[in-house]
Design a binder for this molecule. Structure first.
Ligand code: HPA
Length: 364
């Protein structure tokens, strides 16, 4: 096993200098630095991070606990987290709490036992045990996607939070459908207890109120933020004596479920029912019709969660912050609007679709 002392001997420098080069802990003259890196390469030296951790009490690792990791929204968040962490020399330990409060508490403890330097957690609908654990053990942590009320007091964790705007973008979808003449707009809402679900419901109500439409509780049905629940909720809405003429689905998975419910009934979009959804998909423009959606800045959410965590590690006592990132309204055709050219005042060419391009606008 090649040691740091071997590298130092080969480069003609002290072990301390090798350590400073490898850990970026002090500036080292360029030619000395290069000599160390050449020796590392030549001898095939790999640092023993466990040994280093014993000295520094830091593991340069981040624990990431997010449920529904296979959902493209969270997968993109993960990509953002991983890329930014790597830039700063951090590696990731990943756990899936399955949106279950007991399991969440357990995986957070496991990550903590691995001595991650900090954690990024998308909390479940009942995060009390999670918050108690983070507070009791003073774990530097950032809460992601779901905003929670952090209890105050001595043992309260100092938690930064990051999420996407949910209220305004949902109101925008409802307002868009109302502007197209819809008076019965249904909402397939997410899993109860999550802030994203609450905020999207608030946005739905704001959108209705702004359009002068009454809130009818029969038109709001909860899914479970997954495809099966979305299918059930959409199916319930379509079974109403007077069903909605338009639907807003509150996330990508439930959109898929709603599309299944529509297909099973032989209903077409937007002919029989207009559809607008929260969450854009990589393949949303391949659906027929193409989906009008709100796109979340998922990669950026992940990257900024890492930034907040590194800031917290550098300044453990700074006040907690909550950051909300804006979303983008992606106007396509499932809402019932015709294909557009993408250029104001420019009408589509003879085939219409050949020149069609998504028209995007950032929400305030
Ligand atoms: N929160 C926010 N957006 C989402 C989620 C979620 O849990 N799942 C899919 N899109």
């Amino acid at each position: 096993m090649v040691t740091m002392a071997d590298v130092a001997r080969s480069a003609g420098v002290s072990v301390a200098t090798v350590s400073h080069v490898l850990n970026d802990t002090r500036p080292v003259l360029p030619h000395t630095r290069q000599a160390v890196l050449d020796a590392v390469e030549e001898l095939g030296y790999t640092p023993n991070t466990l040994a280093r951790s014993l000295v520094t009490s830091r593991t340069r690792s981040i624990g990431l606990a997010v449920s529904a990791i296979s959902n493209p929204y969270f997968t993109e968040i993960l990509q953002g987290v991983e890329a930014r962490a790597l830039e700063h020399g951090y590696s990731l330990l990943i756990a899936d709490p399955h949106d279950d409060p007991g399991h969440e508490r357990k995986v957070v403890q496991l990550l903590h036992e691995r001595r991650v330097d900090g954690m990024i957690v998308a909390p479940s609908a009942d995060p009390r045990a999670l918050l108690a654990y983070l507070g009791r053990h003073r774990v530097p942590a950032v809460l992601l996607d779901r905003v929670v009320d952090v209890p105050e007091g001595e043992a309260a964790p100092r938690l930064d939070q990051i999420c996407a705007e949910s209220t305004e973008p949902t109101a925008r979808l409802v307002g868009h459908l109302a502007g197209l003449g819809h008076r019965r707009i249904g909402l397939v809402a997410g899993r109860p207890g999550l802030s994203t679900t609450r905020e999207r419901i608030t946005g739905y109500r704001h959108g209705l109120a702004a359009a002068g439409l009454p809130f009818d509780e029969r038109l709001l049905v909860h899914g479970d933020s997954e495809a099966a629940g979305g299918e059930r909720a959409a199916s319930d809405l379509l079974s109403l004596a007077v069903p909605p003429t338009a639907l807003v689905t509150a996330n990508n998975a439930m959109t898929i479920g709603a599309l299944r419910a529509l297909r099973d009934r032989g209903l077409s979009v937007p002919g029989d029912l207009a559809l607008c959804c929260f969450d854009d998909f990589a393949w949303a423009d391949l659906f027929s019709p193409r989906l009008t959606a709100v796109a979340q800045p998922s990669r950026d959410l992940g990257a900024q969660a890492v930034r907040l965590l590194l800031e917290r590690l550098a300044a453990p006592d700074r006040p907690a912050r909550t950051v909300r990132l804006p979303c983008t309204f992606v106007h396509r055709t499932s809402c019932g609007c015709a294909e557009r050219s993408g250029r104001p005042g420019h009408s589509p060419g003879p085939s219409g679709k050949a020149h069609a391009k998504a028209h995007e606008r950032t929400l305030p």
